[in-house]
Design a protein around this ligand. Sequence first.
Ligand code: GDP
Ligand code: CA
Length: 339
Amino acid sequence: MTDVAASAASPAAAPVGADAAPRRIAVLAGGVGGARFALGLREAAPDADVAIVANVGDDVWLAGVKVCPDLDSLLYALAGVGDTERGWGRAGESERVAAELTAYGVGWPWFTLGDLDLGTHLARTAMLRDGATLTEATARLSARWPLGARLLPVTDDEVPTHVVTDEGVLHFEEWWVRTRAQLPAHRFVQHGVERARITAEARAAIADADVVLVAPSNPVVSIGTILGVPGVRDALATTAAPVVGVSPIIGGRAVRGMAAACLAAIDVAPDALAVGLHHGARSAGGVLDGWLVADEDADAVPALEAAGIRAAAAPLWLTPGGPAAQVARDALALAARIR
Ligand code: GDP
Ligand code: CA
């Protein structure tokens, strides 16, 4: 880690050593970026109790089943059964059922539900129909594999992200997958969020954590959606743990994805400094104590520090089995300097 800020920090403010191995880690995460980071974290902190507080704004009822894209990306990645080439869904997938659904005109033809993936959605839907909460259903789905982390939907309430466009209001997944985020988004609306609550489990995970990490996930429709759920900002404001985020933007580009289109809708520039300042310093009513930026963005460190956010620069490319674990170690090292 290029510790640009270290020269300014007194030794007393930078405790490392025994403290450097947190026992309980809470992570705020979306789907693919969240999953890649979670894999790295599991490798970097194999003995920690990791709770992943996941976005549910992408969830959608489709062909009679409840689909949770971000929870499923996390589940499949941690279980080692995800399609790493496509970046979503199950490995070795087939689409016989999807072809039948399309023939009946049911569902979205551009949103393929693979057969194995449908098994997950059917199982989840059966559990929900039997009265389970999404948290309980997720725990039961997770029990099938040794994930090395607990998956916690941020809320059990439905808060679908709607996108306001010139062609009307679309569900987030329709805007993202069918229009490839090409249709300009004027606004994102978390439908029903005013009636939603953070779950007791997610709240406890944040309150009891030694470190809270914000994964390099979409800052608007993954992290922003999590932060919009009533109770989340309060949990972050009151936890004794340092809150450290990892920038999803490298060198002014939203790597692997269309996050720039989301940032444009909220008038935030697609750069690491702007996104860090958008989340804001916890000491000034925001959510971050620390923000890890990419080496390419090292020149953002002084401005972040001036805004009350402890910052450092490091390589931030998330490649499973290598750099992702180092990114997690660097995020934990930054947190150790804050604790
Ligand atoms: P989604 O829910 O599947 O869209 O995934 P997330 O919200 O968890 O993450 C998507 C974001 O991850 C993208 O918009 C990128 O900004 C970020 N991302 C993807 N790959 C990388 C990477 O290798 N390094 C970093 N730092 N960020 C990444
Ligand atoms: Ca997502």
